[in-house]
Design a protein around this ligand. Structure first.
Ligand SMILES: [Zn+2]
Length: 229
């Protein structure tokens, strides 16, 4: 920290995005205490965890997990909110690194070759300025030392907002909206599909269906958080 940054810090101190307490030297975005207390699932070590079960009978996946429990007023919610609605890409990279670190040692994810973020519709990406899943994927790539592919699985049709729809309506809404532009890039590979939060899994299911229809490959799923049931 130089003198000017120190001075700016006096008037505009950085606060922890999860708990609001002042950050000290060496801490960025999230304080050490929140970093320690974030509600980890450890699902990456359990093959038949609740996130994997979401997809049972729907699409065949090699593995599926989420790093944290997402609870209203919990520590994760303000971080995701900051990433999606406050243009805070730094927190997305941080969360991606946390997620990537949790997967590095997990046996189920050892042969992953490519990281593919769930695509946002170009219009939405234009409004937000970026795809939050892509930012998370970039954070993961740093620690997992794997390439991120953003131009092969693409989204073609805009969907209405998902929040007020039932699971069935959501599925009708998202199927057939993804396309694989270059199937051979994914052929015989292990693709890790990445998103911010998993709720019903409909969007991810549509992505996996499209991938499996396009070519022969192995698909796994990893999200930063899962909604607690
Ligand atoms: Zn904190």
């Amino acid at each position: 920290m130089n003198a000017l940054q120190g001075l700016i810090g006096l008037f505009f101190p950085d606060v922890c995005l999860a708990c609001g307490s002042l950050l000290t030297r060496g801490e960025s975005s999230v304080c050490l205490s929140c970093n320690f207390l974030m509600p980890k699932t450890a699902y990456e070590t359990i093959p038949d965890n609740p996130v994997a079960r979401i997809f049972w009978g729907r699409v065949p996946l090699h593995a599926a997990s989420a790093c944290y429990f997402f609870a209203k007023k919990g520590r994760i919610q303000p971080l995701i909110h900051s990433l999606k609605y406050r243009s805070n890409k730094g927190i997305g990279l941080y969360l991606g690194q946390q997620l990537g670190t949790s997967l590095i040692e997990a046996p189920l994810y050892q042969d992953v070759q490519l990281i593919v973020p769930v695509p946002l519709h170009p219009k939405k990406k234009h409004i937000r300025g970026y795809n939050q899943a892509e930012v998370i994927a970039n954070g993961m790539a740093k620690v997992m030392k794997l390439p991120v592919v953003t131009d092969n699985l693409i989204r073609s049709v805009a969907t209405e907002t998902q929040t007020k729809k039932s699971r069935d309506e959501r599925w009708q809404n998202v199927k057939n909206i993804f396309t694989v532009t270059n199937p051979s890039q994914f052929t015989n590979s292990h693709v890790l599909l990445v998103d911010d939060v998993i709720t019903t899994g409909s969007t991810i299911e549509a992505c996996v269906t499209t991938l499996l229809e396009a070519t022969h490959l192995k698909v796994s799923v990893a999200t930063v958080a899962c909604a607690t049931v």
